[in-house]
Design a protein around this ligand. Sequence first.
Ligand SMILES: Cc1ncc(COP(=O)(O)O)c(C=O)c1O
Length: 372
Amino acid sequence: MTLAGRWTAALDDLRGKGRYRAFRAPAGIDFTSNDYLGYGPQCQPAVTPDLPRSGMSSRLLRGHHAVWDEVETMAAAWHGAESALMMTSGYAVNEGLISAVAEPGDWVAVDERSHACIIDGLRVARPRKFLFRHNDLNHLEDGLRAEAAKRPEGRELFVVTESLFSMDGDAAPLRETADLCDRYDAHLIVDEAHTTGCVGPRGSGTVDAAGVRGRVLATAHTGGKALGLPGAYVCGSKLLKEFLTNTCRHLIFTTALPAAVGAWWREQIPRVQADDAARRRLHENAAGFRAGLARHGITPGGRDYVVPVIVGQDEPSVRAATELQARGYDVRAIRPPTVPAGTCRLRVSVHADHDPAVLSQLADAIAGVLRP
Ligand SMILES: Cc1ncc(COP(=O)(O)O)c(C=O)c1O
């Protein structure tokens, strides 16, 4: 078979399974993006004539500018961490962090629903891997206990989880996970992609809300969701930052974000910290929408502003999403490989700036398309 033939067959296979993907420009009311605080429509880069325009290179060459020191100091202070290190995306942060800190021979336990960039970090680092059942502390402890009992000298144990699971809308039991990590001398890494800005004191995330900052090795935070910004950072100790600066391939071997993006971060962090009103609206809207679904006897997964309504198979979930889109609601179907086969879903992302009346109409519309 030719290469073109191989690709065509793969695409035909996806079509046959109802998993073919294509771009669709935004249309209708946004219930899809992770713009939880509603900043997207207003978010523009700062006008910064004083900032350097040059430096298209790695941060370790001319790509580093003083503005990034300021942003990293602000971010670290926000989360009560010793340091923060900015990279180009949450994908880069998670893959880069995990592949830098875990070595072959180390052991890494990962929640089975973790994001692809966490899994890809493990593919690169190739430590021994233990996928524990989603949010199952007993299963995690089984793995930790067995591993700790036979742990060779100099081999490290890590546990990686997400603060809010992006496709399930549920939260990891962080305090209990930190307790297990303490008991078995494992290092905890938490991806706060979907909680940064939305949860915790001044929106700093669930690690801070749970009071376990001093017990985590690192947290990952992206600007690409609630903050409405390009870029992402890792928080941890000064030593971790120094180590990543010298070893993390996603920092070293890529072009830095432009300094103007740093100026944008510098404006946005204080705005997000102060915006308790948006956080309140976000959680109220989520509760209202879930109540609207409950009135129709629909129980979505999770418990806050990421609202998955499980449909099951691929075709019916795409059909339901298409019908909602035709009614003006931009809701998308989530299919494998993003979620396990047979658990295709409509994923509704509730935002702070959604009109509660429209959320209620969307709940009615979802009930209508699922039970015509
Ligand atoms: C849980 C989680 N972590 C990390 C990422 C990657 O973040 P970014 O979009 O900034 O690359 C995503 C984005 O989809 C995510 O959902």
